[in-house]
Design a protein around this ligand. Structure first.
Ligand code: NAD
Ligand code: GLY
Length: 366
């Protein structure tokens, strides 16, 4: 259930200054006036993808034009497999075509793929132009639009190229979730469950005790946004604590890479959290009941909990996953840095896990 009748504003403090996250309904029609509150130039590129463009780009353009901005629309091809240099190049070309000078700005309209790719293009164009994030997936609202990480994938590994580019504003319009396919909604829930385990045990309880139909989604989303906001404020550049946000991601990124990015990020995170939990159980770091609770929450949302399904079932899959984990950018020397749960609200970061323990946990959860 998606309610939330009034806007909610969260302020994020970052090294580049404060910015608001505005969460509510009907916000796409008000993007122009929200942007007007900032000192931004008149030229703006609405950077989106080929799925979101026909749904929302004109609506956003009208809202901007009504406030005397001059909007141009540019769309990358939708999908993680296009989170690459070619799409960055396409956005940069559109910035030049739109005559975006250093007073111009970029509005990223879409899911995490658009936010990361367009944000990266904004971070390098003319050494950086302002960025506004308008997330249209649950995942992007809960996670990727907040905190300033932008970037693209490389043939050898996920998110290997990137930058920190703090947005000037994040506008999360709950109405956009009505067009989101249920699979993508579930993917967003994977990151919201993650937020509960990392930093909000009551959020985890809330998700566990409601069916997907009965969960107050806007309330759960807001709690997840707060978890992310609090962590990135304390550790904006991932000197330490921010790595906790990668619970399940070291495994998940390897699953994504080994499937040629056919596996949705949220699915990979769900499966990765289960492996991390099993590893923690095997190491006596956490009670086995947490793995059962995690699986049952994920399954209620139709999220997969066995990582080999459907396309990593061959005998070569396990060695490929272990090898892909070696390119993870969070590794310490040759050992992957893992985030392991002890209990909801209590997670640790370690690079001290023997390779055979990692392989065992993967073998047991395939
Ligand atoms: P996505 O951007 O690929 O969106 C999923 C699909 O939904 C796409 O086909 C998209 O076109 C479509 N879509 C988007 N909004 C829609 C809407 N309102 N209605 C209908 N269709 C819509 O995927 P995602 O799950 O949003 O994001 C995943 C990406 O985010 C990954 O690349 C991941 O690495 C990244 N990420 C980044 C951070 C960060 O901090 N920067 C954090 C988490 C995830
Ligand atoms: N999603 C990981 C981070 O923002 O740090």
């Amino acid at each position: 259930m998606i309610s939330q009748h009034e806007d909610t504003r969260l302020i994020v403090r970052s090294p580049e200054g404060e910015y608001p996250i505005v969460l509510g309904r009907g916000l796409l029609d008000r993007v122009g006036s929200l942007a007007r509150e900032l000192a931004l130039g008149e030229r703006v590129v609405i950077a989106t993808d080929t799925t979101v463009q026909p749904l929302y780009a004109e609506q956003v353009a009208r809202s901007l034009a009504a406030e005397s901005f001059v909007p141009h629309i540019a769309a990358m091809r939708a999908g993680e497999e296009h989170k690459n240099w070619a799409s960055v190049q396409g956005f940069v070309d559109s910035f030049i075509d739109a005559q975006l000078d250093r007073g111009g700005w970029v509005l990223a309209l879409g899911g995490g793929v658009v936010g990361d790719t367009a944000g990266f293009a904004a971070s390098i164009y003319m050494r950086g132009v302002p960025l506004v994030q308008v997330p249209t997936t649950l995942l992007a609202m809960a996670d990727s639009s907040i905190g300033g990480k932008v970037g693209i994938d490389h043939a050898r590994g996920k998110n290997l190229l990137g930058a920190f580019k703090q947005p000037r504003l994040v506008v999360a319009d709950l109405d956009t979730l009505h067009t989101l396919p249920s699979r993508e909604l579930a993917c967003g829930m994977a990151e919201i469950v993650k937020a509960g385990i990392i930093g909000d045990p009551d959020l985890f309880d809330m998700i566990e005790s409601a069916s997907p139909e009965d969960l107050e989604l806007a309330g759960a989303l807001l709690r997840a946004m707060r978890v992310k906001r609090d962590i990135v404020e304390r550790d904006p550049h991932e000197a330490g604590e921010r790595a906790l946000l990668n619970l399940g991601h070291t495994f998940g990124h390897a699953f994504e890479h080994c499937t040629g990015y056919a596996r949705p990020h949220g699915y990979a995170v769900a499966q990765g959290m289960v492996v991390a939990c099993r590893l923690a159980v095997n190491l006596d770091l956490c009670d086995p009941s947490l793995e059962a609770r995690l699986r049952s929450v994920l399954e209620a949302w139709n999220l997969p909990t066995h990582w080999a399904e459907p396309d990593l079932t061959s005998p070569e899959a396990l060695p490929s996953v272990l090898s892909a984990m070696q390119t993870d950018k969070k590794r310490l020397n040759t050992r992957p840095r893992l985030i392991l749960p002890r209990a909801p609200g209590n997670v640790i970061i370690t690079a001290d896990i023997p390779p055979e323990s990692i392989a065992n946990a993967l073998e047991q959860t395939r």
